[in-house]
Ligand binder design. Sequence first.
Ligand SMILES: NC(=O)c1ccc[n+]([C@@H]2O[C@H](COP(=O)([O-])OP(=O)(O)OC[C@H]3O[C@@H](n4cnc5c(N)ncnc54)[C@H](OP(=O)(O)O)[C@@H]3O)[C@@H](O)[C@H]2O)c1
Length: 169
Amino acid sequence: MKALVCIDKNRAIGFENRLLFSLPEDLGFYRKQTRGKTIVAGKNTLLSFPKGRPLPGRNNVILSSSIPECEEELKGGYVFAVRSTPERLLDYLDEKGLMDEAVLSGGEAIYRLFIDECDSLVITEVQTEAAEADSFFPEYKSRFHITQELGPYFEGELRYYRRTYKKNG
Ligand SMILES: NC(=O)c1ccc[n+]([C@@H]2O[C@H](COP(=O)([O-])OP(=O)(O)OC[C@H]3O[C@@H](n4cnc5c(N)ncnc54)[C@H](OP(=O)(O)O)[C@@H]3O)[C@@H](O)[C@H]2O)c1
């Protein structure tokens, strides 16, 4: 499994269930990376998607204890809400042969639960400190090493890099 995330200099990722930055290029990158694949996200992140609906054209695997569990046609791309343990989610992805293509898509709770299951991270690192933030990506530099850096990219005043990290060892 790989994780995609956009962070600021303090690893902040969100505020009041919204993204911190509007980066059309980065959104396009996310779309391309996930089209036809499986995204794994928490319930709050689902609610932050347009109209609070699953992203079309992808399998949306959503972790929640409050959404009724369901599995709709998998390759049509819909919601499988997993209750209970993270182990169950990993078994599920394994069983369906989806582990390699799964993209961990946040938010904070879900990154924290599954970062150790990721073999790579693709991190858009914005070179600024967000004015307000209440969600953060976990520490990763002690467990992953950088293998690629793209950028700088610019959006208005913002400058950012896209860095790929692989798990140590
Ligand atoms: N910058 C980025 O790249 C990026 C990407 C994604 C999200 N974000 C941001 O991250 C923030 C949201 O993060 P968050 O931590 O609040 O929410 P989240 O991780 O998206 O979702 C949290 C929810 O997931 C469910 N959950 C968590 N652990 C579970 C488990 N073990 N089993 C079953 N369900 C579980 C719970 O839902 P129930 O309450 O239903 O049990 C929990 O309330 C937002 O600001 C969003 O914009 C940023």
